[in-house]
Design a protein around this ligand. Structure first.
Ligand SMILES: Nc1ncnc2c1ncn2[C@@H]1O[C@H](COP(=O)(O)OP(=O)(O)OP(=O)(O)O)[C@@H](O)[C@H]1O
Ligand SMILES: [Mg+2]
Length: 149
């Protein structure tokens, strides 16, 4: 099952993130893929602010993982610069901490991802236009998609 959604501007992406956030649950894993500047961090920031995180969410490119406290903990990862050093940071632990995990460039750690997760691929189709391909893996994620997409 796969959903294809057309975002006609940044606000569409923000609203989508807010809608998905409204169905969040502990240990939810969201995997974001798509080229540089496609909107992965825009999505994450909107998700975080919907979770009542007041801190400014910045791209964690140089720290790999940033932790924020909101209605649940948010673990925001950007694994772009990890180049195979994945074992060093114990990523798998984060899938069971009871928070929300959002991973930018998740395809780079495909082997480590949990079987149940939400995949979102961002495709740039214009200056402000993006096509999103959303694929739920596992019943909880399928139900989430049915509820908000
Ligand atoms: N429909 C849209 N959805 C999301 N972002 C958009 C959209 N239209 C324009 N943008 C712009 O595209 C850029 C997306 O940047 P963002 O930092 O989210 O990309 P990214 O995918 O996280 O890149 P990186 O791989 O470098 O982390 C922002 O400048 C944002 O304003
Ligand atoms: Mg980013």
């Amino acid at each position: 099952m796969e959903y294809k959604l057309a975002m006609k501007n940044e606000l569409d992406t923000i609203e989508l993130a807010q809608n998905i956030e409204s169905e969040k649950f502990p240990n939810m894993v969201i995997c974001l893929n798509g080229e540089l500047g496609s909107g992965k961090t825009v999505f994450t920031k909107a998700f975080a602010s919907a979770m009542e995180i007041k801190e400014i969410v910045t791209s964690p490119t140089f720290s790999i993982i940033k932790e924020y406290m909101g209605e649940l903990p948010l673990y925001h990862m950007d694994v772009y610069r990890l180049d195979g050093r994945v074992d060093d940071i114990g990523i798998e632990e984060y899938f069971e901490k009871g928070g929300i995990v959002v991973i930018e460039w998740a395809d780079m750690i495909k082997d480590l991802l949990p079987k149940e997760r939400l995949e979102i691929k961002f495709i740039v189709t214009g200056e402000n236009k993006r096509n999103l391909i959303i694929a739920p893996y596992g019943t909880k994620y399928e139900e989430l998609c049915e509820a908000v997409l």
